[in-house]
Design a protein around this ligand. Structure first.
Ligand code: G6P
Length: 371
């Protein structure tokens, strides 16, 4: 068992640290950065790609948040209306043209019952279906028209970590692939996005190299009443994922919000005993979020912020006096995905501090095969 964990105390920690390698596998051979093109080996004929009017993403849990990240990207680079639904809530709206709707199932295991049942519904309605999965030979692969593999390698810890990063990276490649094919994505923007993807492994390594700092922070705040995660744009799904990770393994109360929504309710819960973990990187509208940070600071809440690092990888000038400032290496719109690694480590070390059974949290399963 210890050997399988390569010296780490838990699979989750091992898998968090495997992310640079997992991301390299995800990307390997799929990018031509000079050309601004992507080869993800997916069967999407150009006449079909041109005809797409809507993309619907269906997924559960962490995969759903990866889908939300991707939906933001798809809308901006493919210029197609993209919706994301929790698979168990998915209904195919008969008013849309099924042939012009691409339904994408995002699922690590490929076996989640809710996701399979959403895909069956989409198929019955006549939509084209695509799986984005980590698992060759899984049920979702057999049931969809085609599949793209995220190639993250096996994930044992119940709390998904490296597969989230590889899902978002794969979906980014898919967005570039579809955007280029439709002509909606310029060569320059495609290159820029692919450069962000290419930077991911090293950027994530930069965060992992600061684990000692985040462990210290986790210990300092472990006994707080509750934890709030906020972010805008690409920072929003990461806020949701950060809160999910923490609640899953530490059993603490944690919630994620779009930063702008704090003032419409959650602010009532903010005290000096509720740390706020804020995404302040590129891709998460940091300037607007800073206003929300000031609001919670005025209520005494400690703020742990992830901010874009300066050229030396260090904390850049901080105008808000964050209680903790965590530098995130440059990766454009994928910076929130890099910052997520801080939130993973934070969740892990809070849970570890409390002696929780991190790889097997109570009441949860790695793969949920009932609806
Ligand atoms: C379970 C796991 C989560 C996972 C979700 C979806 O709830 O505990 O970590 O995100 O299922 O799983 P999938 O395999 O479809 O990505």
């Amino acid at each position: 068992d210890a050997a399988e964990k390569s010296g780490y105390d838990h699979y989750m920690l091992k898998e968090i640290h495997e992310q640079p390698r997992a991301l390299r596998q995800t990307i390997s051979g799929r990018i031509d950065a000079d050309d601004g093109t992507v080869d993800v080996d997916v069967d999407l004929p150009s006449e079909y790609v041109d005809s797409i009017e809507e993309i619907q993403i269906v997924a559960c849990g962490t995969s759903n948040y990866a889908g939300r990240y991707a939906a933001e990207l798809l809308e901006s680079v493919v210029d197609v209306r993209t919706t994301v639904e929790v698979a168990s809530e998915y209904e195919f709206d008969g008013g849309r043209d099924p042939w012009r709707t691409l339904v994408v199932a995002v699922t690590q295991s490929g076996e989640t019952a809710d996701t399979l049942s959403a895909i069956r519904r989409a198929k019955r309605a006549g939509a084209r279906t695509l799986a984005v999965t980590n698992t060759l030979g899984s049920t979702i692969v057999r049931e969809t028209d085609d599949s793209v593999f995220i190639r993250a390698g096996p994930e044992i810890g119940v709390a998904a970590t490296k597969t989230f990063a590889s899902q978002v990276a794969t979906l980014t490649l898919l967005a570039v692939r579809i955007g280029r094919a439709r002509g909606s994505l310029s060569y320059a923007r495609a290159r820029e996005l692919l450069e962000s993807v290419r930077r991911l492994p090293n950027a994530v390594q930069g965060v992992l190299d600061r684990e000692d700092r985040i462990r210290e922070v986790a210990r300092e705040y472990a006994d707080s009443d509750a934890f709030f995660f906020v972010g805008r744009r690409f920072g929003h799904p990461v806020a949701l994922e950060g809160a999910l990770k923490l609640k899953e393994i530490s059993y603490d109360h944690a919630e994620g919000f779009p930063a702008g929504e704090l003032k419409h309710g959650p602010l009532a819960l903010v005290t000096d005993e509720t740390p706020v973990l804020a995404l302040l990187t590129d891709g998460s509208r940091p300037d607007e979020t800073l206003n929300n940070v000031k609001e919670v600071q005025a209520r005494g809440a400690p703020v742990i912020g992830a901010t874009t690092a300066d050229g030396d990888g260090e904390v850049a000038a901080d105008p808000t006096h964050l209680d903790v400032d965590l530098p995130v290496p440059a990766a454009g719109v994928l910076e929130p995905l890099v910052a997520n690694v801080y939130w993973q480590l934070f969740a892990y070390h809070v849970a570890d501090e409390k002696g929780r059974p991190i790889d097997r949290p109570r009441n949860l399963a790695k793969s949920v095969t009932v609806e």
